[in-house]
Design a protein around this ligand. Structure first.
Ligand SMILES: O=C(O)c1ccccc1NCC(=O)[C@H](O)[C@H](O)COP(=O)(O)O
Length: 265
């Protein structure tokens, strides 16, 4: 499965990353920031926990399912659009399959005040400290690539660094595992990573499992008005949208339009 390939490539990248900036150095830098933190976590969570629909707008240059994504806007124009219309930003930092990197993240961080999630395949403590250093407010934990102990330890590590965690699941089994750590934010990915098919029904099927009080995020495959109407029935707090915004020449209008549809549906 593609996730296995991505994780293997990530392990190789981590060896290079640690050679370039040693673990102890990144950790020291991150802990300094934690000590100086004005916020002790929750910026990302708070932005999603509102009564009305929130949107996480994603920056991704490529993906295994889409290949290279056609560039429709200059980065700074896109950031301006997101700043004016979405509630949080997601930025892929994975290099080999999404063509992201931490400099891309830092570029966006420098000109957006929105809470930002570092979207990557988190398998090593190093990445959490690095996320803190580059100015992330949140990280992604993908249940499919972590065992129960890793999920719990990484969740606690994120909390200790004042980072929110979006815990991503694909099916009932992963949802049960994820809920054991009592995460504040749960996301259902609608993309089947075996064949890349999108089923928004995934969110609908798993929605009754999400306990009251959690922030519930529908991820992937939201591309048209009817998708927004469909997801309204699932009581989600937020959408994570990549492709539809990256391929749009007017992501700001799209985000506003979909928030209106959601409010009126
Ligand atoms: O997008 C992929 O092809 C993909 C493949 C393997 C693992 C993860 C993948 N996507 C990451 C994401 O979670 C999406 O970028 C995100 O949910 C936005 O999805 P979309 O709106 O469909 O671009």
């Amino acid at each position: 499965m593609i996730l296995d390939v991505i994780v293997e490539d990530k392990k190789k990248r981590l060896i290079e990353d640690k050679n370039r900036v040693p673990f102890e150095e990144v950790k020291r830098e991150a802990l300094k920031l934690v000590e100086a933190d004005a916020f002790t976590g929750g910026r990302f969570y708070e932005a999603l926990a509102k009564e009305e629909l929130s949107i996480i707008g994603e920056f991704k240059k490529a993906s295994p399912s889409l290949g290279n994504i056609k560039k429709t806007m200059e980065l700074t124009d896109r950031i301006d659009d997101y700043n004016a219309s979405v509630d949080c930003i997601s930025c892929l930092t994975e290099q080999d399959h999404f063509l992201g990197n931490i400099d891309y993240f830092k570029q966006i961080r420098a000109i957006s005040k929105l809470p930002m999630i570092r979207k990557d395949f988190m398998i090593d403590e190093y990445q959490f400290y690095e996320a803190k250093v580059i100015g992330a407010d949140a990280i992604l934990l993908i249940a499919a690539i972590l065992d129960d102990a890793q999920m719990k330890d990484f969740y606690q590590l994120a909390e200790s660094l004042h980072l929110d965690a979006l815990v991503e699941v694909h099916d009932e089994k992963e949802m049960e595992r994820a809920l054991k750590i009592d995460p504040r934010i749960v996301g259902v990915n609608n993309r089947d990573l075996r064949d890349f098919t999108i089923r928004l029904d995934n969110t609908k099927r798993l929605s009754p499992m999400v306990p009251e009080g959690k922030v519930f995020v529908a991820e992937s495959g939201i591309v048209e008005d009817d998708d927004v109407r469909f997801l309204k029935e699932c009581n989600v707090n937020a959408f994570l949208i990549g492709r539809a915004f990256m391929e749009s020449e007017n992501p700001k209008e799209k985000a506003k339009h979909w928030k209106n549809i959601y409010a009126e549906a």
